[in-house]
Design a protein around this ligand. Structure first.
Ligand SMILES: [Zn+2]
Length: 574
């Protein structure tokens, strides 16, 4: 089954992680497909930073599928984790649910079966749009159905050994924490941990460290203290500090709680036969549940630790206008309103996992699209690591090519036309056809066109947008010099000579740049002299003033084609 990449082919982090996953699979000797796993707690909106958790295993699984290796991307929903705090915007009465599993807390917006389901669905929609397919499991279902029962008993039997490992790591962690003074790293870790939100607290007990925490039989909360455990009968007695319930559960016959995080993670790796699972850099630190889990999976569950790497933080910029449900932090759905699905994938695959980066929704978007288009042209003729990243982003083995426009028009051109016309997709499509990009229908320009329209309307600050004058500037027109009058006259005559009511970009470009040449007795295609260049600058300034009441704006030929001869004539007083 180990099909590796032929020599001479480009390699990247995905290639190496896929090799590691295969090696782990062979070493563990587990039957079935190679398992690449991700995990997330559906406690809130999944922002673009947490999206990395889903994308890293996806790319590795896709690489294995390309090689013909049987593989699955297993996604674990930690929906049996406790509800920790009531977020801003939710009725404070929800505090009564703190301590209950996320799957048992009602949906405050009344649209899903639970809190957990409410946050799973929008993410799954976005992942689907990005060509990502996962085999999902719910920890609520896993625990409640009793499939983990044997593993719970194993952890409880070995609790003294587990506790000894944890103690050793606690000491190590304290030493490292003392020696580290890196505010930035700490902030990043906190930001990532915030939404991954794995429960790190140990269970409260009167019987020493205990790996299992019951959910109260009476009130459903995990505010329980283990008061006694009988190894022979596996009876576990507890009290609940909130409702004062005193109860007993039995670990062999009942399923009324879960392993604490540090035992839960290695148990799951072993039970689900995970070969590869990356982790945020905050988890890849001494004493973290991830690090401890790596040791426990080997010593308690007898499986070699899964292949892994730590991945860095993803931030964002230019989102002040974004009305995100994540409280300012944009989600995948937010990003997909502006970026083609393949481009969003590309942002994550082209970087080394440890590299941190920002996703910028400001002017950087235009450059990003240009870079992507250039890489697409390069991919047609050669293959290197950059092209490999392009291929991974543009298509997957099982989904096929991600949606991309049949006719590729530069994003900056679509955005400019959308800006100038503030018009419909049909109107923009008609104008684009006159700009050297022939196409049959609006559909040929999608999914890019609607993204250019959304970006222009929502992400370009009002001060950078173009407002075409509704009425001619009578005062400025009256104050024009003879020379300015001559330029305007030459431009309007020239436009009249261009055929029909709709203008083409190329002749309009020649005309706009050529008017000052004609005025000096030169021909349209003569090389510009210094005098011509100075006049062009002055002429363009006049046109911006008269057309859009500003000192600058989109390229003038684009502006004139978008406005059409009649509108230009009216505003230039012709
Ligand atoms: Zn209770």
């Amino acid at each position: 089954m180990s099909r590796s990449t032929p020599k001479g082919e480009p390699h990247d982090w995905v290639t190496r992680a896929a090799d590691d996953a295969i090696r782990h699979h062979e070493k563990s000797g587990a039957p079935g497909p190679v398992t690449c796993s991700s995990g997330a707690s559906p406690s809130g909106p999944v922002h673009l930073g947490n999206l990395r958790e889903f994308l890293m295993p996806h790319f590795v699984a896709d690489e294995l599928r390309r090689r013909g290796v049987p593989v699955r991307h297993l996604h674990v929903w930690d929906d049996y984790d406790r509800f920790r705090k009531v977020p801003v915007g939710v009725d404070p009465s929800y505090a009564e649910h703190i301590g209950r599993p996320l799957s048992a807390v009602p949906d405050p917006w009344d649209c899903h079966a639970s809190w957990a389901e409410h946050f799973k669905e929008p993410l799954l929609d976005a992942l689907h749009a990005m060509g990502i397919e996962m085999e999902e499991i719910s920890q609520t279902e896993r625990y409640r159905s009793g499939v983990y029962r044997e593993e719970v008993l194993r952890a409880v039997r070995h609790r003294a050994e587990i506790d000894a490992v944890l103690s050793r790591h606690r000491t190590k962690k304290a030493e490292v924490t003392e020696a580290t003074d890196d505010d930035h790293a700490a902030q990043e870790a906190e930001a990532m941990a915030d939404s991954v939100a794995h429960e790190e607290d140990d269970a409260a007990t009167e019987v020493g460290w205990f790996p299992f925490r019951p959910y109260c039989h009476d009130c459903g909360r995990d505010t329980t203290t283990v008061t006694a455990y009988d190894d022979a009968t596996t009876d576990l007695a507890y009290t609940c500090s909130v409702c004062d319930y005193h109860g007993t559960t039995n670990l062999t016959t009942k399923d009324e709680g879960k392993l604490v995080w540090k035992a839960d993670w290695p148990m799951r790796w072993a039970f689900e036969k995970v070969d590869f699972e990356p982790a945020g850099m905050d988890h890849a630190t001494p004493g973290s549940s991830f690090t401890v889990g790596h040791e426990l999976v080997e010593s308690i569950w007898n499986m070699p630790r899964p292949a892994w790497f730590g991945y860095g933080f993803v931030g964002f910029a230019g989102v002040q206008k974004m009305s995100s449900s994540a409280g300012g932090a944009p989600t995948a759905s937010d990003a997909l309103r502006v970026l083609e699905p393949a481009i969003l994938r590309w942002l994550y695959v082209r970087r080394q996992p440890k590299q941190t980066f920002d996703i910028d929704f400001g002017p950087e978007v235009v450059r990003l699209y240009d870079e992507w288009d250039a890489l697409g042209r390069k991919a047609a003729t050669k293959r290197d690591t950059a092209v490999l990243a392009y291929e991974r982003a543009a298509a997957t083995e099982s989904y096929g090519p991600l949606p991309s426009p049949r006719v590729v028009v530069p994003f900056r051109m679509l955005a400019s036309v959308a800006d100038v016309t503030a018009g419909s997709a049909e109107q923009i499509s008609r104008i684009i056809a006159h700009m050297g990009h022939a196409h049959d229908s609006v559909d040929d320009l999608e999914p890019r066109l609607s993204r250019a329209m959304a970006w222009t309307a929502e992400f370009v600050p009002a001060s950078d947008r173009t407002t075409v004058r509704s009425e001619p500037d009578a005062a400025r027109l009256a104050a024009m010099s003879d020379r300015e009058r001559e330029w305007v006259g030459l431009l309007l005559d020239g436009l009249d000579r261009l055929d029909g009511p709709e203008l083409d970009l190329e002749p309009v470009t020649a005309l706009v740049y050529g008017v000052p040449k004609l005025a000096l007795g030169l021909a349209l295609d003569d090389a510009p002299t210094d005098e011509v260049k100075a006049d062009q600058k002055e002429f363009f300034g006049l046109l911006y003033r008269l057309l859009v009441d500003a000192d600058r704006g989109p390229r003038l030929p684009t502006l004139i084609v978008a406005l059409g001869t009649d509108r230009v004539r009216t505003l230039l007083g012709g």
